[in-house]
Design a protein around this ligand. Structure first.
Ligand code: SAM
Length: 277
């Protein structure tokens, strides 16, 4: 039984990194006319209120809340913030998750496949995406969904693997899912999000990916304070297989800025690494 609800975390520092990297990849892949199959294996509810009573732990204050009104942003962040603004009026009241951010940018030749297993969030996701064409909302396991959806007929795919890691076996499952999907469809662009709660788990994940034989893997991590086992999420990262060639320099511009702005008491840091060539 799943208890994680993304509503409590929407817009936090991890979402800022995740959605900024995601939109950079989407924008690049849409420069080509050919249709894209976009797969979101763990979709959440799609749209979150930042003012509702139960969201009052205000995790968004660690992320979007700190940068929403900032001028002179690095270009990838300006692009991301423009996307968040599409769901808001003047003030920040709603946070669009990956399904909404993506569906706003869907072209007639693209399709979007969403997977959400939590019953209540699945119902919200359906409601939030209602009436959108070529958007398929599934109440199914996203790992199985991914296996069934690659390779796509157009031979172009963008995939987001974004579990909550509430079930610890997810750390193992994401490595297997990425390896299997890459074997079935090597040229897909795959994005995997990870939290740093226990550094040893991420070291293992990186090692598994280094040994997987998958080529073209880059890692982008943003930390708000040093590793501190047992004291919640201190950082998060995006692992990207077959990244657009533009992503590296976009993140060189963005990550230092984010580390300075979102770091707690000057303790922010980032990592930008090539995992495999
Ligand atoms: N991708 C979303 C975004 O960026 O806005 C956030 C997703 S949230 C981190 C993870 C979601 O995955 C939760 O809503 C959880 O209920 C759902 N989930 C957990 N296990 C799943 C599975 N095996 N298949 C599909 N959804 C799952």
């Amino acid at each position: 039984m799943l208890s994680y609800r993304h509503a409590y975390h929407a817009g936090n520092h991890a979402d800022v990194l995740k959605h900024c990297v995601w939109l950079c990849c989407l924008e690049y892949l849409q420069r080509k006319e050919t249709g894209l199959r976009i797969i979101d294996t763990h979709s959440g509810a799609g749209l979150y209120s930042l003012t509702a009573e139960r969201e009052k732990n205000r995790e968004f204050d660690t992320g979007i809340g700190k940068i929403y009104n900032q001028p002179n942003l690095p270009e990838p962040l300006a692009h991301y913030l423009a996307s968040v603004r599409e769901s808001n009026r003047k003030t920040l009241a709603l946070y669009p998750g990956s399904p909404l951010l993506t569906s706003h940018r869907l072209r007639p030749q693209d399709e979007l496949w969403l997977h959400e297993l939590h019953g209540a969030d699945h119902a919200l996701l359906r409601k939030n995406l209602q009436g959108k064409k070529r958007v398929y909302v599934k109440c199914e396991d996203g790992f199985a969904g991914l296996r069934a959806l690659v390779p796509p007929p157009t031979r172009r795919a963008l995939v987001l693997i974004d579990p909550s890691y509430e079930i610890k076996s997810d750390y193992q499952k994401v490595a297997e899912a990425l390896t299997q999907a890459s074997r079935r469809f090597a040229s897909g662009c795959y994005l995997l999000w990870y939290p740093v709660v226990d550094r040893a788990r991420i070291d293992t994940l990186e090692k598994q990916l280094r040994q997987s034989g998958i080529g073209g893997i880059q890692l982008f991590e943003l930390g708000v304070r040093p590793d501190s086992p047992g004291h919640g999420m201190t950082a998060s990262g995006m692992i990207v297989v077959n990244p657009p060639w533009t992503l590296w320099s976009q993140m060189e511009e963005t990550l230092p800025w984010l580390a300075a702005e979102l770091g707690e008491n000057g303790q922010g840091y980032y990592r930008q690494e090539t995992i495999s060539e």
